[in-house]
Ligand binder design. Structure first.
Ligand code: ADP
Length: 447
C-alpha cells in the first residue's frame, strides 16, 4: 500500500480524497494556490505545499509544479480527483517517468476516452449501441451535409475533445448546419486546442443515465449500477440520482452489460463511468466515457455501501477488486444536489465572495461533501461548486422528503447559492413523479 499520496486538487474532492487516505492509514499531502492558503483541504491533510498563484495554469494545472511537489514531499502516488489534470495524459506520463503511481487508468484509456469521436468508433466496432452520426470527425460542409442526409435533422455538432457540457451546437436544418459548422470548429479550436468536431443525431428529450465501472489491474471488471443525471442546465448536471427512475429491469441489465463490454473493449483499469443517452422508447446509446472519479460518485456509494475513492486507491496499489463488489445490492434511493455559488435569479452568474455564516443540515440520511467554512472567501478563480448535499432514503419518496427538509435547514450567508433553485425543483410535480429528461429545467422551470 502507498505510504503518502499527493492530492492534486482542491475543494470538496480534495477533502474527500484526504478522508479516504486517513481511513486507509495513508498520509496525504495537499497542494494549494495562494488563493487557497486559508482552505480546509490544506488544514486537513498531513502536509501541504503551495504550488503557485491563483491562476490555474500556474498552479492546479501546472504539471511540473505538481510533480515537483510530489517529489519533494516523497509521495509514492498522486490522486488527481476530477477536473483539473484528472484526464490529462501528460500527467500520467510524467508520473511514470518519475516513478509515482497515478491513481487512475492507463494513459491509452485516457487518450482514447478524451477523443470522443474515436471512442465512439471503438464502441461501434464492439457492437455497443451508439447514436447515428458521422464515423469519426467531419472536416468540411460537404461531408457534414452527406452525414445529415443519411441521419436526418436535427443533429448536434460536438467537439471531439469537448467536455463540461461545452462545445455543442444543435442544427435543425441545412442552413443551420452551414452556419454553425465553422463556428463549432473555431470554438473547438479556441476552447480545446483542436478543430476536430463530429456529428450526432440530436435526440429529443433524452435521459442521461451512466454506469459506474470498477476494474482492477488483473482484468476483473464490475459494474456498480447506474446514476440518472437528467436534471441538467446547459448540458451540465445539477441533480443526480441512484438508481435511475422508471427504467425497466431489462434495459438496466442490458445497459450494465454494455457498460462492462465498453470497459473490457479498451482494457480499462480503476474506476470509470460509461455515459449513455436513453430515448423515450428506452433505446440507449453510448455517448462518452469518463476516466476518473465523477462529481456524482457519492450517490452510488450511498446505495451500494462501497467507498469508491478507497477502492480507487487500493486497486491502484495493486489490490484485487473488492469481493463485496461481486454481491452488492442496491439499497434505497440517493439524490445529490450540487450547491453552487451562483445566482439563480441572475442567469446563474457566479457569485464569489465571503461566506459570513452558514449552517449545514444533518440527521438521518444526510451527507454533505463540502469545503466551506465560515469567513471563507469563495474565489472567483475556480469552479462554483460549494457543496454536494447527498440524501439517502429507503425509497424516492423518503429521499425527497429528506431533501426538502435538508435544503430548508441549509443556510449559507454572504453569497448567493443554488439552494432556492433546488427547492423549486422539489416542488415540481413531474420531478416528484420521476418524469425527467435533459430539457426538464428549461421546460418546467423556464430557465
Ligand atoms: P460533455 O463531455 O461536455 O459532458 P456529453 O457528450 O457527455 O458532453 O453530453 C452532455 C449532455 O449533452 C448530455 O447529457 C445531453 O444532455 C446532451 N447531449 C449530448 N449529445 C446529445 C445528443 N446526441 N442528443 C441530445 N442531447 C445530447
Amino acid at each position: 500500500m502507498f505510504r503518502r499520496i499527493l492530492v492534486a486538487n482542491r475543494g470538496e474532492i480534495a477533502i474527500r480524497i484526504i478522508r479516504a487516505c486517513k481511513e486507509l492509514d495513508i498520509e496525504s499531502v495537499a497542494v494549494y494556490s495562494t488563493a487557497d492558503s486559508n482552505s480546509m483541504h490544506k488544514e486537513l491533510a498531513d502536509k501541504s505545499i503551495c504550488i503557485g498563484p491563483p491562476i490555474v495554469n500556474k498552479s492546479y494545472l501546472n504539471i511540473s509544479n505538481i510533480i515537483g511537489a510530489a517529489e519533494v514531499t516523497n509521495c509514492d502516488a498522486i490522486h488527481p480527483g476530477y477536473g483539473f489534470l484528472s484526464e490529462n495524459p501528460k500527467l500520467v506520463e510524467k508520473c511514470k517517468e518519475t516513478d509515482i503511481v497515478f491513481i487512475g487508468p492507463p494513459v491509452n484509456s485516457i487518450n482514447l476516452a478524451g477523443n470522443k469521436s474515436e471512442a465512439i468508433k471503438v464502441m461501434r466496432k464492439n457492437k455497443i449501441p451508439v447514436i447515428p452520426g458521422s464515423i469519426g470527425n467531419v472536416t468540411n460542409i460537404r461531408e457534414a451535409l452527406k452525414v445529415c442526409k443519411r441521419i436526418g435533422y436535427p443533429v448536434i455538432l460536438k467537439a471531439s475533445f469537448g467536455g463540461g457540457g461545452k462545445g455543442m451546437r444543435i442544427c435543425n436544418s441545412k442552413k443551420e448546419l452551414r452556419d454553425y459548422l465553422p463556428i463549432a470548429i473555431s470554438e473547438s479550436r479556441s476552447a480545446f486546442g483542436t478543430e476536430e468536431v463530429y456529428l450526432e443525431k440530436y435526440i429529443p428529450k433524452p435521459r442521461h443515465i451512466e454506469f459506474q465501472i470498477v476494474a482492477d489491474n488483473y482484468g476483473n471488471i464490475r459494474c456498480l449500477g447506474e446514476r440518472e443525471c437528467s436534471i441538467q442546465r446547459r448540458h451540465q448536471k445539477l441533480i443526480e440520482e441512484a438508481p435511475a427512475n422508471n427504467l425497466s429491469d431489462r434495459t438496466r441489465k442490458q445497459m450494465a452489460a454494455m457498460a462492462i463490454r465498453a470497459a473490457e473493449s479498451i482494457n480499462y483499469k480503476n474506476v470509470g463511468t460509461i455515459e449513455f443517452l436513453v430515448d423515450q422508447e428506452e433505446n440507449f446509446y453510448f455517448i462518452e466515457m469518463n476516466t476518473r472519479i465523477q462529481v456524482e460518485h457519492p450517490v452510488t456509494e450511498m446505495v451500494t455501501g462501497m467507498d469508491l475513492v478507497k477502492e480507487q486507491i487500493k486497486m491502484a496499489a495493486g489490490e484485487k477488486i473488492n469481493n463485496n463488489l461481486k454481491n452488492y445490492k442496491i439499497n434505497g434511493k440517493a439524490i445529490e444536489f450540487r450547491i453552487n455559488a451562483e445566482d439563480p435569479d441572475n442567469n446563474f452568474s457566479p457569485c464569489p465572495g465571503r461566506i459570513t455564516d452558514y449552517f449545514i443540515p444533518g440527521g438521518p440520511g444526510v451527507r454533505i461533501d463540502t469545503y466551506i467554512h465560515s469567513n471563507f472567501n469563495i474565489s472567483p478563480f475556480y469552479d462554483s461548486l460549494l457543496a454536494k448535499l447527498i440524501i439517502w432514503g429507503n425509497d424516492r419518496k423518503e429521499a425527497i422528503a429528506r431533501s426538502k427538509r435538508a435544503l430548508e435547514e441549509f443556510k449559507v450567508e454572504g453569497i448567493k447559492t443554488t439552494i432556492p433553485f433546488h427547492k423549486k425543483i422539489l416542488d415540481n410535480k413531474n420531478f416528484l413523479l420521476g418524469n425527467i429528461h435533459t430539457h426538464f429545467i428549461e421546460e418546467e422551470l423556464g430557465v
